[in-house]
Structure formats: C-alpha cells, structure tokens
Design a protein around this ligand. Structure first.
Ligand SMILES: Cc1cc2nc3c(=O)[nH]c(=O)nc-3n(C[C@H](O)[C@H](O)[C@H](O)COP(=O)(O)OP(=O)(O)OC[C@H]3O[C@@H](n4cnc5c(N)ncnc54)[C@H](O)[C@@H]3O)c2cc1C
Length: 481
C-alpha cells in the first residue's frame, strides 16, 4: 500500500511526485509508456511564459505566474538549464497594437513583473533580425526557456532518488474504491493500492477521472507542429518572439532553445485522435510562412527536423484541480502547463493535505539532483581531468552534439534509467543534432546492449516492438556456396 499513487510521468506528475517526497510518504509514479516524458511534456514550445495571456483570476494565470517565479530554483536544484531570455509579443499594425495593450493590462492584473511596450524601432534595437513591419512589441523580461523533457526526467529522477517508485508500462485501466483509498489496475493485470491518487494523465486525465467516478471532464487534443533548426541558427534571435494570440493559442513563435537551436511553431489544429502526432506538409508550410513574418531572414534551409505535440484542451479551457474522494484530478493542463508545473505540484501537495494526507516533513529529502558530467558544457581543463578519471568520457559517440560514451553509460544507470535509444537521446542529446542519429545510432545500440546485458536485436527505439535491428545478417549466397 502506497500513501500516494501519481498517474502520469509528465512534467506535472513528475514534479508532483518530487514535491510529495519532501514529506514522509511512500509515493509511486505509474506511467503507461516505457519511459517518462513521453506525452505532451516531450513536444511543446519549451517556453516558461511570463503569465500575461490567461484571464485574471483563472488557474492558468495564477499558477503560470507562480510557476514562472519558482522555475529558476527548481531548474537549478535539478541541474536543468533554464534561461530568462525574455519574450516579446509583436504587433504588425494598429489592430495588433490594441491586442498587446490588452495583454499588457492583463499582465499587470495577473502580477507579471517588468512588462513594457516598445516601439518597433526599440524592439529592433535588441532584436535586429525582427521584421521592419513590426510596429510595437510587448516585452516581458521574466519570460524564459527550459528543456521540457529534461525537466521532467530530472524531476522524476530526483523523486526516485528521494524514495519514489516508478512503474513504467503501467497503464491504469481500472480503479476501485477501497476502505483505505484506491486499488488501481493496469492493462497488464498488475494492481497497486494507494491511500490517495493524483491523476496527472495529461490527454487522458478525463478517462482516468471517469474510471474513478468523475465523468464531468472532457479533453480533446489540439495539435501543434514545429520546425527545429540547426544550432548554427540559434542566435538569430535572443528573445522568444510571439505573434498576437487568438482563441486557438499563442500563435507561431520564433525562439532560441536552451540547447542553442532555433524553434519555429506551433500550428493549432483540433483533432479527435489523442495519438495523432503526425506532421503535415500544410502545417509545416504554415509555420515557415508565419515565422518568416516575424523574422524574414529565418534560415529555413537549416531545418533539421519537424515534430508535433498535442495540447490537452478541456472544455472549460482552464486548468482543473479537483480534489474529491481521496483523488486529485489535475486535468486540462494545456499551455502554460509547463511554466505552471512547479506551482501546480506545490498546490497538489496542499490539496492532498486538505483531503487528509499526512504531511510530515522528510528530514532526508535532497532537493539537489546529483547529475553526471555534461561534456559539451565543460572547458578543456575539466574535460581532460574527467577523461583521466574515466576514459569513456574521451570517446565522443555523437559528433553533432559532442556526447561521450561516459554520458550515455551514466544515463543508463541514473534514475530514471534510459532503456532505449530515444531515452538516451532525451537524456544526453545523442542523436538530436544535424545528422539526427545517423552516425551515433549504431554505437548507442551497442552501448545499450552491453550495459543492459541484452542482445543488440532486443534494443528498441522507444520500447514495445520498436526494435532497431531485425536480427543478425544471414549468410550471403557466396558464403553458403
Ligand atoms: C504544441 C504545444 C505547445 C506548448 N507550449 C508550451 C509552452 O511553451 N509553455 C508551457 O508552459 N506549456 C506549453 N504547452 C503545454 C505543456 O506542454 C503541458 O501543459 C504539459 O506538458 C502537460 O504536462 P502533463 O504532465 O500534464 O501531461 P503529459 O506530459 O502528457 O503527461 C501525462 C502522462 O500520463 C501518462 N498517462 C496517460 N494515461 C495514463 C494511464 N491511463 N495510466 C498511466 N499513465 C498514463 C502519459 O503517457 C503521459 O506520460 C504546450 C503544449 C503543446 C501541445
């Protein structure tokens, strides 16, 4: 019997699990995928929004502003890069100027610090690549960027280091109220008892709530497609540049990422299928066109990959935090859910406490996650010392992103352990560069097989049946003869 079961190892579930380990509680994280950060937290714009978008008094506004303020310390403790690069919402004429004035006023009401409106020329002074058509810009100095899956992995890892259990491949398909709490059952037949349950199942939070007797939520997916540009384009702009938002979202942005790439997107298309992550020619063309409107010189020839993410849109279009019957549903956590996640986690603990979950501080809680060396971020002297200590850091496996064998081995043995090629990619960036894994892929397969003690044919791209190799090569006709 666990004290708390958290369903879903996205950024919200992982940070909530971590927040719970600050107390003397046994915590289990149940994730249907075979790794953490496999849902919406894997593919989004990676912006820590300042908090001027959401209506005053909404949960989105409240937790966005609070989460933004908490992000710096959270990222620092977890060893995750975070930059307060500031954001601008661009106006292209009088109509947009009215909108940014509205956003400015809303931001003031929401308590966003430091907002100001620049003229087009003032904006171009700090961002020379901006279009000459930009007539004004709302500057938010507290806007930031973070890597969403790195944050999720680190949060879950820190929760595990502090005693939480992670059960992957555990898709909750049944829930039964017991005398003490809940018995959750998984598709594969496993069961788990917990006194309290946190439902942080993202796109599926409505279905999980329904299993627990609350059928009032309805979530549909809204897809956003992106183009990612090579690191040589990462300095095209320094701020995150938005266009004015509409009811469908915050519009197409141009932003640097914490890893030095340039990101363009997303589109905004309502769908019925919660698994449809396909990118489309029309969607990507729209991204390219709209991004070029903000930054005409954007180097589309440097696109290295495209991807899509799915927003979990609840009918009420606000974050739902509903505590009832020993369960806490965190649903409809669409944007700005990444920004809000540290604050949502804090609030989740408070709400569990109100439901009777005992919150006795854990004196052994370690907020700082010990993380293994990141070779590309070290200077040459530090690199030489590290190689002396462990020669595996002297073998560069991914040349595009300068990732060493030492880092890949560490990712396999650190919490939460990487078990497949994409898991290595999200933890180390091996395969994230210009060649998208063309060179390092085979070596990563070899290292995974060696460290996990499995044949290479059993190494997968992303769990399940996604094997990288069909099997050993058969004899050629010549060899047979
Ligand atoms: C296109 C796009 C752009 C965005 N941009 C931003 C941005 O710039 N800034 C920002 O703040 N926010 C942004 N967001 C929103 C942000 O990504 C989300 O709010 C956040 O990732 C939600 O995290 P989560 O943990 O709630 O959900 P998820 O990351 O989806 O995690 C839910 C987890 O639950 C698991 N799960 C589901 N069902 C079950 C089950 N039955 N049993 C067990 N496990 C289950 C899933 O596998 C998944 O891992 C964006 C979203 C999208 C799609």
């Amino acid at each position: 019997m666990y004290d708390v079961a958290v369903i879903g190892a996205g950024v919200v579930g992982s940070l909530t699990a971590r927040a719970l380990t600050r107390y003397q509680l046994s915590v289990a994280v149940l994730e249907r995928a075979e790794d953490v950060a496999m849902g919406t937290s894997k593919a989004n714009s990676a912006i820590v929004h300042a908090g001027f978008d959401a209506p005053e008094g909404s949960n989105k506004a409240l937790f966005n502003v609070r989460g933004n303020a908490m992000m710096e310390e959270t990222a620092h403790e977890l060893g995750v890069p975070f930059q307060r690069n500031g954001s601008m919402v661009l106006a292209f004429g009088p109509e947009d100027e009215e909108k940014i004035q509205e956003l400015y006023e809303r931001g003031q009401k929401n308590g966003v610090p430091g907002l100001c409106i620049l003229t087009g020329d003032q904006a171009r002074e700090t961002e020379p690549a901006l279009s000459p058509d930009v007539t004004a810009a709302l500057l938010a100095p507290t806007g930031g960027i973070v890597c969403p899956y790195e944050l999720t992995i680190a949060a879950c890892g820190n929760a595990m280091d502090n005693g939480a259990a992670l059960l992957t491949g555990f898709e909750v398909t049944g829930a039964e109220r017991t005398a003490e709490g809940w018995r959750l059952s998984a598709r594969d037949g496993r069961t788990l008892d917990a006194r309290f349950v946190v439902n942080a199942a993202g796109l599926y939070a409505d279905q999980v709530a329904a299993l627990m007797g609350d059928e009032s939520l309805h979530i549909h997916p809204r897809r956003g497609e992106y183009l990612l540009l090579d690191r040589k384009e990462g300095r095209t702009v320094s701020h995150t540049l938005f266009q004015t938002p509409s009811v469908m979202g915050k519009g197409v942005l141009v932003t640097p990422t914490v890893d030095g790439n340039l990101l363009l997107g997303p589109t905004s298309v309502d769908l019925a299928d919660k698994e449809d992550l396909s990118s489309t020619a029309e969607g990507l063309a729209q991204v390219a066109k709209l991004a070029s409107r903000s930054v005409p010189s954007v180097a589309l020839r440097s696109v290295i990959t495209s991807f899509a993410g799915l927003r979990a849109c609840e009918d009420g279009h606000d974050f739902v935090l509903r505590a009832e019957n020993h369960a806490l549903h965190l649903a409809g956590i669409e944007s700005p859910g990444l920004s809000a996640a540290p604050a949502l986690a804090e609030e989740a603990v408070r709400l569990l406490g109100e439901m009777g979950c005992p919150l006795t501080p854990n004196p052994d809680f370690q907020p700082v996650r010990p993380h293994s060396p990141v070779f590309r971020r070290m200077d040459n002297a530090a690199r030489a010392a590290l190689i002396q200590q462990d020669p595996r850091y002297g073998r560069v496996v991914c040349r595009c992103e300068t990732v060493t064998e030492g880092e890949i081995v560490a990712a396999i043995h650190q919490n939460p352990p990487a078990r497949d090629v994409d898991g290595i990619k999200r933890r180390t960036r091996s395969g994230m560069g210009r060649c998208q894994g063309g060179f390092c892929g085979p070596q990563v397969v070899e290292i995974l097989a060696r460290e996990l003690g499995i044949p290479m044919e059993q190494v997968t791209k992303m769990g399940g049946g996604s094997r990288m190799l069909a099997g050993p090569l058969g004899e050629t006709e010549e060899e047979k003869a």
